[in-house]
Design a protein around this ligand. Structure first.
Ligand SMILES: NC(=O)c1ccc[n+]([C@@H]2O[C@H](COP(=O)([O-])OP(=O)(O)OC[C@H]3O[C@@H](n4cnc5c(N)ncnc54)[C@H](O)[C@@H]3O)[C@@H](O)[C@H]2O)c1
Length: 358
């Protein structure tokens, strides 16, 4: 049987949907699909390595609904968030006569979620989308909130807001996740602790390692609640609320790009958070103790906290492609204290250069 730990409801203007969080949910996917009235044709978009381990469970679950699924195997890595891979998926959908009532199941980390989500958003002007996030980062962040995108001469340049019909978060999936990927997801969990729910930081400072199942379940539930509440308040990132979740991301994305994606997303966000916190200190908003606390928590989970060998000018030139640049000024989320972020509209390249050299 499955063990449902919590259901986080996300209520946005465009769609209301549940995020089911628990153990062993994959074997009972049919239960969650039929609860949400999904039937007809399914396309399972994932990576071969994940299909090999989990594909059988998903397909037999779908078969129990008297439906079938086309499997679409996408190569691993950020490079798959591309126009080229997108059109290959469209081809499979057209060849298999997918219609407006068909469903795409995005089974994987943030790369699959973004790519398959963008496919669902655009195919036939939008078809059903089920997110089954398999990395910690995707479970606590990218599967909720409807931001879907591919890369085009820069990160997430072509995209949409497109909420899923439901999210099925099976915590058992994290057991096969390499530790580097798990820790990378913790960077986003730590971000929620810094920006929204300080209790998360207390849990991470005091828990045993490796994290027990019940602690992981609590951290994932708390993080999903943070994300859901913020998305509900500002679905399309227009009110200076959702943007708070970009803490660490502006510098982080630039670091990710400058490293040619050798530094993964969560690691880059970890480093980005440290420098955006340092910038907050440099500009007189934040007490330096907070930076030390942040560095300690990140280090406890093996996350990097400095740019080390990276070319600082490359990081700065990557910043130019960031969507948060408004009228030529860099918008950054800075901190006044834990749980108290602010938007700063006018950060100069010079001060970012200075802080990256610290
Ligand atoms: N849309 C959003 O709101 C949002 C938010 C944050 C990040 N993102 C995007 O997410 C992407 C990064 O996502 P990610 O960190 O999940 O990386 P990823 O999707 O590349 O997954 C990392 C690796 O883990 C493997 N993997 C996934 N699940 C596994 C499992 N259960 N067991 C074993 N291996 C597994 C994958 O095959 C892959 O090689 C970036 O493209 C980023 O832009 C999107």
């Amino acid at each position: 049987m499955f063990r449902l730990i919590s259901t986080v409801q996300v209520k946005t203007c465009s769609k209301c949907y549940p995020v089911y969080i628990g153990f062993n949910l994959l074997d009972f996917l049919n239960v969650f699909l039929s609860r949400n009235d999904l039937k007809g044709k399914f396309a399972l978009v994932s990576h071969k390595s994940l299909i090999d381990i989990y594909g059988g469970k998903i397909i037999s679950s779908i078969n129990r609904l008297d439906s079938d699924a086309v499997i679409i195997d996408v190569p691993e890595g950020e490079e798959s968030k591309s126009l080229n891979v997108l059109t290959q998926i469209y081809d499979v959908l057209v060849n298999n006569r997918f219609d407006r009532w068909s469903t795409i199941i995005a089974f994987g980390g943030g790369v699959i979620g973004d790519l398959a989500g963008f496919t669902a958003a655009t195919f036939m002007r939008g078809i059903n989308l089920v997110q089954i996030p398999s990395t910690l980062l995707a479970q606590v962040d990218s599967s909720i909130g409807g931001k879907v995108a591919i890369n085009y001469r820069g990160k997430n340049i072509i995209g949409a807001f497109y909420q899923p019909n439901l999210v099925v978060t099976d915590l058992n999936l994290l057991k096969s996740l390499p530790i580097r990927e798990f820790n990378s997801g913790l960077a986003e969990v730590i971000k929620y602790g810094v920006v929204v729910d300080p209790q998360i930081l207390n849990i991470l400072e005091n828990c045993s390692k490796p994290l027990p199942d019940d602690v992981i379940a609590e951290l994932v539930t708390r993080s999903c609640n943070c994300k859901a509440r913020i998305v509900e308040a500002d679905e399309r990132d227009e009110k200076d609320i959702r943007i708070m979740l970009n803490f660490g991301h502006t510098i982080g994305h630039a670091i990710e790009a400058a490293s040619n994606f050798k530094i993964n997303h969560g690691e880059a966000i970890a480093i980005g958070m440290v420098y955006e916190a340092k910038l907050s200190v440099m500009l007189g908003f934040l007490d330096v103790d907070v930076v030390d606390r942040l560095i300690n928590i990140l280090s406890r989970f093996g996350l990097p906290t400095s740019v080390n060998q990276l070319d600082i000018e490359r990081i700065l030139s990557s910043l130019r492609y960031d969507k948060k640049i408004k009228h030529g000024k860099i918008r950054l989320i800075l901190l006044k204290s834990i749980g108290n972020p602010i938007v700063h509209d006018d950060v100069s390249i010079g001060s970012i250069r200075k802080v990256l050299k610290m």
